[in-house]
Ligand binder design. Sequence first.
Ligand SMILES: [Zn+2]
Length: 506
Amino acid sequence: MSANFIKTERDLSIYLHEIETKLESLGNKISELSFQRYLDKQDNPEIIELTMERSAIMLDNELGDQIAAWQGKITDPVLARRVDIWSDSLLLARVEALPEIVELQQKVAYKVMSHGYLVNGKRISLGQVRALVRGNPDKKIREEAWRSHTELHEMVVDDMLELFRLRNRAAQDLGFATYVDLRLEKNGKMTREQVERLLTELTEATQDFYEDLIDQGAKKLGIEVVEPWDIQYILEQQGGVPKEYFPKDQLNQALEKWSNHMGFKMSDYGIEPVFIDIPYNGLTMGLNRKNIKILANPDDGFTYYGTHFHELGHALHGALKNVDSYILLRESSIFNEGMAEVFGYITRDIKWLKHFHQLSDELASQALVSSIGPKYHYIRQRTSYCLFEYEAYKNLDQDLNELMAKTEANILHCTSDFTPRWASNGWYVSYPVYWQNYVIADFVASQIHHHLEDNIGSLTMDKSAYDYVVKNYIEQGALVPWLKKVKLGTGKELNADAIIADLTKV
Ligand SMILES: [Zn+2]
């Protein structure tokens, strides 16, 4: 339907439906090819072509004019909501769909994705680099692995800076102070100050607890000066349950067992885990509404069980939305991570460890106590990546190596080391302004779990709790704004109380 013929709300709804159908089919095709690219590690020029095609739709003036003309004047609440989300999406597209930005982003992303890291004379994957930093008892090797990011950094840093500049310039043309402000406002309905306030509140309230963890851990391991490549090692190697109790070859069974307990099979929703070397811990890709792949790059050990359940959360959040409109399937990425983490939390429930994973009381408690360190690493590392990104976009002419070093030293409680490496961080390319999502996700997950445990039941054991989550947080998709869903579902505005309580109980 041509836009000229749109006279009624019904016309508008049909017009949007046509565009949404086109976008969904393009999106599915792009996901399919991107999934293939993860499998065969071959760049595929068709991905860029399709991405450009999608961009052209999002940047179409006629569509923009229609949305602007109708917004605020619609009586049908569902259509009104659709138009509001369209309006936010189109504004974001005016930065993110710009051809020069898309092209540069794809180019850098490919270099990051296909890079082999040079450690001890050998090229190894990012997963292997991570394993060394996380678990190698030899400080020199951890340091070398940690520094191995520099080569990739040097390869992409100029393009990355240019990408940051382009994003900032386009956001400023739209009246925002920086790209970060635009992204948070249009994707999450939060301001930078709001996010910074929540992160700061959490950091400060857990500071003593965290410093004790680091200081005691360092002492136990005989580490005198705590350097950046010691942090994860200190936090993750604290006499946990031996990794044999959490083998990676039983990860899928663990998901299936819990799913069966809740009365479904993953395959009912087309959910399938695929083990593959990817530059992320895990990644969930919807190839279409009925075909959802969980890409996993697992390690033995308790931590990855949390990651795998987190990815199952993404998959269920994608599969169980009960809305027809494509645009109403799209929610704030903050909330997406929050919902994933609601499921990730299942593994940190003693009931899961005992009932589903069949550990003894003693081992189950030990697993929980030892999970505190990794959790702190997870949150504080992400907090520092996030705060670095916010500060970087504020002034791209400052020394960003120094900024990264100081931000990490401050949040992680270690020496500051100016080794260039920030640009090797794949999220800054492909998932810009994303790091806060993981931390805010924990606010969401903790608050939802506290409410469930106090009022409904346990998401680990009780179908009633699972149904409550699906009904109150998933089914409506973007029909209800996410902060409102959290408020309606838990009876409270999103706040730091639950997460602080979870992170400081022993
Ligand atoms: Zn996630």
